[in-house]
Structure formats: C-alpha cells, structure tokens
Design a binder for this molecule. Sequence first.
Ligand code: DC
Length: 227
Amino acid sequence: MVESIPVITIDGPSGAGKGTVAQNLADQLGFHLLDSGAVYRAAALHALNCQANIDDEPSVMAALESMKASFQPHPDGVKVDLNGRDVTQQLRLETTASAASKVAVMPAVRASLLDEQRSFRTSPGLVADGRDMGTVVFPDATLKVFLSASVEVRALRRAKQLKDKGIETTMPNLLQEIGARDERDSSREHSPLVAAHDALIIDSSDLSIRAVVGRIVAALPMLTAVE
Ligand code: DC
C-alpha cells in the first residue's frame, strides 16, 4: 500500500535551503527525492516554449497537454528532460522561476500536477520538498518540516547558487524577485505557502545544512514501511 511508504515533507520559501537539506536527508536515508519546484518550473517552461499566455489558465492548460517530462536523480539535484530536450540548466533561471510562480497560482495547473508528484512515493521512502508537500500533496506524511530563513539570508544563498552556475545577478534584483515570489506564493488562494499545523518549524538563518538535517533526523519516528 502506497500510504504505508514513509514520506518526509520539507516546505518553505525559496532559498531556505530546502533543496540541499532534502537531498542530504534522502542520501542519508536512501530515500527517493521529489523536487516539486522542478515540476512547476518544467510546466512553466513548457508553457513558455509553446508560446502560451503565462497569465492565462486555459492557455497554460492547453499547452500542458503536450508536456512530456522526465525527472531523473542527479548528483546536483534533478536532471529534467522536457519533450526530449535536457532543460536542467534552463529550469534554474530566475525567468523560469518567475513563470513557475505564475502558473503555480492556477488551480487547474496544480491539480494536473498532483499525480505526477504523488508517483514519486515509492519504496523505501521519499523526501519531498516544495510549498504544499505537507499540506496538500502528502497530508499523511510521516514527518512534516517547515523550513524558513530571513529574506536577506535567502537572497545571499541564491546569489551564490547562481554564481556557482555562472549566472550573474545583483542583490537588489534578487531581493526584489524573491520578495515578489514570496508574496505570490503566500497570498495565493490555492495551496498557499503555509506551515502545516503539525509541522516541525525550523529557521535556518543561522544554521548549517548539517545542523538542519540533524534536527530533522532527531525528530524522525522509526521508519518502517509495510509492503
Ligand atoms: O522551489 P522552486 O523555487 O523551484 O519553485 C518554483 C516555483 O514553483 C515557486 O515560486 C512556487 C512554485 N511551487 C509551488 O507552488 N508548489 C510547490 N510544491 C513547489 C513549487
């Protein structure tokens, strides 16, 4: 029974360290990894590639009918193929992230991506990171974590990540983009970014990745999947 397969959800705003924490945790436990942001980014990129109007739900939904995406584990996160093309690098661009946060407000888009996300729940277990993993996609998760950090710390982390990938940006631009994205993600009507009532809340502003992972592992109940 799929419900018996353990899932650890990590939700929070962008730049809180969810991706790295989720990957470390998945490696440590030998679990699969779902980067649900990549699923939204792929959907947005496909809509853009199809010349859909990114602010119009029917136009985006029509484009998604022809989307064929595959998400493969990769040492740096997830490798994504979109309709036969490797779009891993393109998905990380701020322009893609911004389009993703626009399509993510659309309830039909969110509903159409649910099965894809739930299909990652396979034995021996899953670590899923995103915005609504614990509240909507896996409400029966074994452990729910809400990871936050101050907007300044998050912008600095994002600047470093982008620089490591050879993408130049400026702090004012990043602060503005992250602020706008936070606002859209938190204030949207469907699946807004909120901590599940039963989530463990961790502020990572002054914590290393290792310390965050340590806190999560310490909070884990015994994980035994029943086949
Ligand atoms: O985590 P990320 O930056 O890759 O996410 C990109 C956008 O996708 C983000 O602005 C919000 C949206 N998203 C979402 O609405 N729900 C999720 N579970 C994951 C991402």
